[in-house]
Structures are given as C-alpha cells and as structure tokens.
Design a protein around this ligand. Structure first.
Ligand SMILES: Cc1ncc(COP(=O)(O)O)c(C=O)c1O
Length: 414
C-alpha cells in the first residue's frame, strides 16, 4: 500500500467514526502540504514513524524500565524500548540512553533533577539571546526552582561570548552550565564549555534539542564526548516522533533513569518510544547523512539569499539547519513580517535578536529538505519571502507561487 493510501485508510476510519475530528485532521494535512514549513523545530516524520505512533503500543501501560516494570504484560514493549535505547546509544556513541522523556522540556527537567537541588546556581544562555524556557525563565519551573545566571552573545557578531561564560562561571561558581539554544545558528564549542565547567567544578548539560539530528547525520559536532548529560528532542532535524531523550555516561545512568521515572514522569509512552526506535534506525543510514548535510546546505543558501535581499542575517550565516534574520531593512519588524508571510503560506517563527529589543525571524530547513527541496528551491523561497516583506508581491499572489512550489514536493508522496 502506498503512503497516500495508508494515510487515506486512516482518514477513512476517522471519517466513519468521528467526522468532526476527521475534518480537522484532513484540514491540517492539507495545510501542511500546501504551505511552506520553515519552522526550525519542525519536520515531517517518515510513514514508518507515523505507523509506530498509530500502533496498538499506544494501549500499553509501562511504568518503569525494561525488565523492571510496575505493570504486567510488558514483555513485548520491553523489546521496543531496549531496541530504542540500543539504537540511540549506537547512533550517538553514548554509554547510556534514556528514551522515555515525553518532550525536550521533560528531558531538561530530568537532567536538572538528576544533578541539582532546588536553589542551586546554573549558568545558561539568557532567554533574550536564544535560551529556552527551561534555561531559567521565571514562567518555567527552571526559573522558579534554580538560581539562573545568563550569559549572552556578542551584540556585533551574534556569537557566544566564551570569555563572558568563563568570567560569569568564575564569579558565580554554578553547579551546572547549560549550553544549547532555540535559535543559535552556529556550532557550539562544547570543548570550550567543558573547559570552563572543569575549571569551576560544574556539571555540563548540553541541551542539543536542535542540532541532534545533524549530529546523527555527521553534519554537526557531537556534545556527547564533552557533556555530563545531553538532552535532546527527537522531533526536530532527527525526524522522529514528538518527544525527548537523554544521553549520559554510565556513572550517571541510574540517577538519570530515576530522575525520569519515578521523579518527573509516570508511564512510558510505548508507541512514541517505538517511533523513536524507528527514527534512530533511519538516522543511521547513509541516506540520512546525506539529508543532514543537505539541510545545512539549504540553510546556508537561504541565509545567503536573504542577506542578498537586504535582511540582516545573524552571525552572517549558519552552520546548522536554522538561521535568524532581522527584516527591518525591508521596512518591516519581525512580528509584522511573520503575519505577512503567513498570509503568503510561508510559515515561520519570530525570535529575539542579539542586538536589541526588535523581534527577528527564525527559519529552518529540516522540513523542506525532507520534502526534497534543494539549493534551487531555497533561492526561490528567498526571493518570494523578500518580495512579500518588501510589499512588492501581494501575499495572495505569493501564496499561489508557494502552492505551486510545494505541490512538486509532497511530504508523503504516493
Ligand atoms: C533548546 C531547547 N530545549 C528544549 C526544548 C523543548 O522541547 P519541547 O517543546 O519538546 O518540550 C526546545 C524546543 O524547541 C529547545 O529548542
């Protein structure tokens, strides 16, 4: 059965059982396949991952870990979790993997729970510079329970200021240093962070939610040899199901496992863990390595074209799947730009910019690359985007061009 037929069969079941929800599902499928997905944190999972997510493993309760569950009947799902763990360890060269975190945020919460006590001091990238909510936002448990100090990026270059990291670490003697961001477009120097952490006796936590798929494909340096704990999401460039994972050395394995269950989570989501196993299996193939490198090539091309169109691209480009840019030179702020682009069927996010209060745009190429787009299409996208922002192209006209473009690259070809 082709992928389209399989999706249609699923939709048919829903149509019969719950037409109201079926409408919503089909509308979202239509939206995803007729607009341009440039949200840096999104991707299209494979049909095999979707199959695992929609499988009867969703029915199984499985508190605990393989071989040590609180529920009966776990002998089959244990195989799925063991497979996911083994594949994650092999893929990233880690001594230990925990694949139960329900999300990236849950993984970070568990990492803190494994290493810290409430009130401990933590050094992390400040939120205005691309730190995640879990890196000390007052609206998040992290900012409420720990004493976060934020480092920044250089206002001119947009690059992490490693000298400032060292100075702040010496001053505040944090219990942990977090490296990782929602919007940093360059490779992170994990060795430099390790050196600072060692100097002040801090744990190093890499929140590699964004680049972990590039790491899997050999297109970005790995934090695994340097960080005490690596947290990641499985749904970004890695192209797996929505969820999280944690990697660490064997000396922290028990603490990490207990921090996930029973400290911060209940029953494992076995269908998602099965989907993670599928994604890890896919990520070890040469095809995925080629994909990861193409993701970066596409982001670089898009960055270069946006810069040529007059946007100010942070750090002057990217090493990864994402880039951020200030559209102000085109006469529009980030928030207005996002709205105008949405009307044109170009879906992306706003983000903070290193040099001030104005909002910029964050774009990523993971999803469009999965669809098969390459450098040529990125040039078209750059021109379309700039035309809409300048006001030279009517969003309704651009929307037609977007529709034509994406029609040639269906996320789930039949
Ligand atoms: C660096 C970083 N950490 C944590 C997360 C949280 O992931 P989730 O949304 O799955 O909780 C994200 C999500 O974008 C992220 O970019």
């Amino acid at each position: 059965m082709s992928v389209t037929h399989a999706l249609e069969a699923d939709a048919d079941v829903l149509r019969r059982q719950d037409p109201e929800l079926a409408e919503i599902l089909l509308a979202e499928r239509h939206r995803q396949s007729t607009t341009l997905q440039l949200i840096a944190a999104e991707n299209f999972t494979s049909p095999a991952v979707l199959a695992a997510l929609g499988s009867p493993l969703a029915n199984k309760y499985a508190e605990g870990y393989p071989g040590a569950r609180h529920h009966g009947g776990c002998e089959i799902v244990d195989l799925a979790e063991r497979l996911a763990v083994q594949r994650a360890q092999d893929l990233f060269g880690a001594e230990h993997a925990n694949v139960q975190s329900h999300s990236g945020s849950s993984a970070v919460l568990a990492a803190y729970a494994a290493l810290l006590r409430p009130g401990d001091s933590v050094l992390a990238l400040g939120l205005p510079y691309g730190g995640h909510l879990t890196h000390g936002s007052p609206a998040n448990f992290s900012g409420r329970w720990f004493d976060f100090v934020g480092y920044g990026v250089d206002a001119e270059t947009g690059l992490i200021d490693y000298d400032q990291v060292r100075t702040l670490a010496r001053t505040h003697r944090p219990k942990a240093i977090v490296c990782g961001s929602i919007a940093y477009p360059r490779h992170i120097d994990y060795a430099a962070f390790r050196e600072v952490a060692d100097e002040v006796g801090a744990y190093l936590i890499a929140d590699a939610a964004h680049p972990m798929g590039l790491v899997a494909g050999g297109a970005a340096p790995s934090p695994v040899p340097y960080a005490d704990i690596v947290c990641a999401t499985t749904h970004k460039v890695l192209r797996g199901p929505r969820g999280g994972m944690i990697l660490c050395g064997s000396e922290l394995a028990e603490r990490v496992d207990r921090a996930v269950f029973p400290f911060t989570q209940g029953g494992a989501q076995m269908h998602t863990i099965a989907g993670k196993a599928v994604a890890f299996g896919e990520a070890r193939t040469p095809a995925f390595a080629a994909y990861a490198h193409q993701v970066v090539a596409n982001a670089r091309t898009l960055a270069a074209h946006l810069a040529a169109e007059g946007l100010v691209v942070t750090t002057g480009g990217t090493d990864t799947h994402l880039l951020t840019a200030d559209p102000a030179p085109l006469g529009v702020d980030g928030r207005t730009a996002r709205g105008r682009l949405a009307a044109a069927g170009i879906v992306l996010d706003c983000c903070a910019l290193p040099h001030g209060d104005a909002r910029g745009l964050r774009l990523g190429t993971a999803a469009v690359t999965t669809q098969g787009m390459a450098e040529g299409e990125m040039r078209t996208v750059g021109a379309l985007l700039a035309g809409v922002l300048r006001g030279g192209t009517d969003p309704a006209v651009a929307r037609e061009s977007v529709r034509e473009l994406v029609a040639g690259f269906p996320p789930y070809p039949g």
